[in-house]
Write a protein that binds this ligand. Structure first.
Ligand code: ATP
Ligand code: MG
Ligand code: FE
Length: 337
């Protein structure tokens, strides 16, 4: 198959063409970061307008770079949800128009299934497996018995990891999105500020990061009140070490408890070097096969949407042209429809 996929759930306008769910023929990612930076975060209305401005050109560019013609496409895939409704709508309208005009099937796709299946760009996936999803809006442990089956066994009770990274970064004076800045500071730091680990109940696979975030804000505010320098690097390192320790520990425990054959890391925070390194080391010690998508497929991209859409393509499970963007779509719902 040759699937063209459109992703506009947040602040990246991205279109990719992917062969057989694993071979990326083209991947165009237009980030709106520069536009949103001035506001310190994503402004939904601005995101929608930006998507509208660029979507047509980006589709054309992705097709041209893939070295194919529109008529060679097998299907048009699009992120149906979850995400910002106005932003999703732009991609959904573009995908419907394209599918209708070309007479090709449409495949509405789940954004997080996309993040998970970005691991197909690394190799085949062995089931049952466990996915650790760490992104701007999600922090989840997903048990996958078979291909395309999803069982949420743990989730964040408050902030998502990426969200916590962005808020901590902001308190430390870095621009949106702050994750990469905190990552860099943490790895450069020579000292570390000790911060709490939040484990919740001993048997829980849930997460909580708002307490840690508040602890960081307290340390920052205390320094400012005393007129001392904020220990930016040491705080970043303390924060990252706390986050990474909890994520690694819970993911490894889940893999063992569910007898998973493999651990898949995914989502924007999977680009975090501290996490990639710590998880690789620990999985190495435990003998757990781990896959992590290449950096460019960790944050939002159309290629991962095509990889997930390929599951539906194989089952000829297509989406009617009158489908709607679903900003709250769950993984389980997507799997069953
Ligand atoms: P979701 O996928 O849950 O809908 P999203 O699509 O907005 O949310 P992603 O694109 O998957 O989020 O990831 C973006 C997040 O990843 C941001 O919060 C960003 O700070 C974070 N991030 C990116 N790189 C790094 C890094 N190196 N270290 C930590 N966080 C990072
Ligand atoms: Mg983004
Ligand atoms: Fe995402």
């Amino acid at each position: 198959s040759c699937i063209l996929a459109i992703e506009t759930s947040c602040d990246e306008t991205s279109v990719a063409v992917v062969k057989d769910g694993c071979e990326v023929l083209s991947s165009v990612i237009a980030s709106q970061i520069e536009t949103h930076k001035a506001f310190g975060g994503v402004v939904p209305e601005v995101a929608s307008r930006k998507h509208v401005e660029s979507i047509t050109l980006i589709i054309e560019q992705a097709v041209a770079e893939a070295g194919i013609e529109m008529k060679d496409l097998s299907a048009i895939a699009v992120t149906q949800g979850p995400g910002l409704v106005g932003a999703l709508l732009v991609g959904v309208m573009a995908a419907k128009s394209l599918a209708f005009a070309l007479g090709k099937p449409l495949i509405g796709t789940h954004h997080i299934a996309g993040h998970i299946y970005a691991n197909r760009f690394v190799g085949d996936i062995a089931y049952p497996c466990m996915a650790l999803v760490v992104s701007g809006g999600h922090t989840e442990l997903v048990y996958m018995k078979d291909e395309g089956s999803f069982e949420l066994i743990g989730r964040t009770r408050d902030d998502a990891v990426g969200e916590a990274y962005d808020k901590v970064a902001r308190a430390l004076g870095f621009p949106y999105p702050g994750g990469p800045h905190v990552d860099r500071m943490a790895l450069e730091a020579e000292e570390v500020v000790d911060l709490p680990r939040v484990w919740l109940e001993p048997d829980s696979y849930d997460f909580s990061f708002s307490g840690l975030k508040s602890a960081v804000l307290n340390v920052v505010n205390q320094s400012k009140m005393r007129g001392e320098d904020v220990r930016t690097e040491a705080i970043a390192r303390g924060f990252q070490e706390s986050v990474v320790e909890v994520l690694v520990e819970k993911a490894v425990r889940a893999v063992k408890a569910y007898d998973a054959k493999q651990l898949l890391l995914c989502g924007g925070v999977a680009a975090n070097r501290g996490l990639r390194q710590a998880l690789s080391e620990r999985c190495g010690q435990e003998g757990i096969p781990l896959t992590i998508p290449p950096f460019q497929y960790c944050t939002d991209n159309g290629a991962m949407i095509a990889a997930a859409a390929h599951l539906k393509w194989k089952r000829e499970s297509f989406t009617p042209l009158d489908m709607k963007a679903d900003p709250q779509m769950s993984l389980e719902f997507w799997a069953e429809h």
